[in-house]
Design a protein around this ligand. Structure first.
Ligand code: AP5
Ligand code: MG
Ligand code: ZN
Length: 214
């Protein structure tokens, strides 16, 4: 059982590294951000409400995301483990996660704190592009697709996220510092936290992470 939490500021590479871990460990990526964006796209009532928080760079209410994650962890593909990307993000979410995992007989094995400078974050997020077909992630400079605007894997159109505008990115960073960074201390006592220098080559960072997890 491998329960991995990826902690880190917006743009620290949680999604990029989670996708690689999914392949090497055969366990699913649980990204609350991706699930909320799916709900927005399908136009559910929950999605409609979540969108107002997301577009402002704020956090969606705890009870909404806790509910989503609790349901998701009970799916069959989480039997061997899971990678939490972007959850928990507040102390109440972390406390709820502890309760849910206990109920389900699961546990967290590692918490990786991805660390990147703020200037680099702004550069990463303003250049990020995501495939509308398969969700693959690119960066116009750091990880460009072979053909501009097209996904290498499925040929889908590459889009910019609605919340990757400079003022929204700044607000997301403020909320990260206020609500999410304290989780590093919350988990430190468990002895499961590893700080990872998350700037530089994507594959080199992945190597570091893989070694920490073995
Ligand atoms: P979410 O989707 O989780 O966004 P985030 O935390 O702001 O993080 P990002 O997805 O922007 O960044 P990332 O760390 O995944 O980096 P990535 O790999 O893409 O959440 C969005 C919103 O949903 C929140 O603001 C909130 O409103 C709501 N929400 C979600 N979860 C919630 C929760 N639990 N509670 C309440 N609300 C919640 O990389 C970024 C870019 O950099 C990419 O272009 C990538 O190609 C590039 N890159 C990656 N690694 C490198 C590298 N080493 N060098 C150069 N470029 C790199
Ligand atoms: Mg992400
Ligand atoms: Zn694609």
């Amino acid at each position: 059982m491998r329960g991995i939490i990826l902690l880190g500021a917006p743009g620290s590479g949680k999604g990029t590294q989670a996708k690689k871990l999914t392949v090497s460990f055969s366990i699913p990526q649980i990204s609350t951000g991706d699930m909320l964006r799916e709900a927005v796209k399908s136009g559910t009532e929950m999605g409609r409400q979540a969108k107002t928080f997301m577009d402002q760079g704020g956090l969606v209410p705890d009870e909404v995301v806790i509910g989503i994650v609790k349901d998701r962890l009970q799916e069959k593909d989480c039997e061997k483990g899971f990678i939490l990307d972007g959850f928990p993000r507040t102390i109440p979410q972390a406390e709820a996660l502890d309760r849910v995992l206990k109920e389900l007989g699961k546990e967290i094995s590692s918490v990786l704190s991805l660390e990147v400078d703020e200037e680099e974050i702004l550069e990463r997020l303003s250049g990020r592009r995501t495939c509308s077909g398969c969700g693959a992630m690119y960066h116009v400079r750091f990880n460009p697709p072979k053909t501009e605007g097209r996904c290498d894997k499925c040929g889908g159109t590459l889009l910019q996220r609605d919340d990757d505008r400079e003022d929204t990115i700044r607000e997301r960073l403020v909320n990260y510092k206020k609500s999410t960074k304290p989780l590093i201390d919350f988990y430190r006592g468990t002895g499961k936290v590893h700080a990872v220098k998350a700037s530089g080559d994507i594959d080199t960072i992945f190597e570091t992470i893989s070694q920490l997890l073995h």
